[in-house]
Design a protein around this ligand. Sequence first.
Ligand SMILES: [Zn+2]
Length: 197
Amino acid sequence: MMARTHIAFASLMMVACSVGILQRMPQLHEVAIAGAAGLLPDLDHPKSTFGRIVPYISTPLAAIFGHRGFTHSILMVVAMVYLLLTYHHNHNWPVLPLVVGYLSHIIGDMLTPSGVPLLWPVRQKFSLNLFKADGPMEQLIYRLCWVGIGYFLWVAFERPGEIWLQPLQAHLETQLWQLFAHSKVFVVQWVERLAAT
Ligand SMILES: [Zn+2]
């Protein structure tokens, strides 16, 4: 996915997490941090947004692991969560937005044909192959991310708008909660734990 789609998708995930799971207002600074963290995994590419800012990090990363390598894996996420939870007391890091943004990038890349090596160091790449990066489908998804952010803000501010929109809101909410239901206990426990840091 392109940088701007990663930012939009990460922002959507953060807003959805605040409103849908934690049931509180989205915080602007958290959304901004998640948006930036949504670009972090591409530090393994010297031409990426952050890669150009810190070439002395991105160039060796690209040489050792290659693009879409270690930084796009579950192992990296686990290591990151472990380090953040272990050392956050000293630095007061915004753990939840960092993790949400970072995860959103891996999920986003997984939707494209190139896929991600989720189980790195196993080299196999996992891809849902839903759309090509920067193709018309990605353009649509980029726009839908903003629609989704609008939806969650609307729920957060409890302004249901026109009467004809209410069944749609109820329908979307039912769908969303069904989606959460399967992994709800696990996700809620983790999110609350991260939010409490
Ligand atoms: Zn990537």
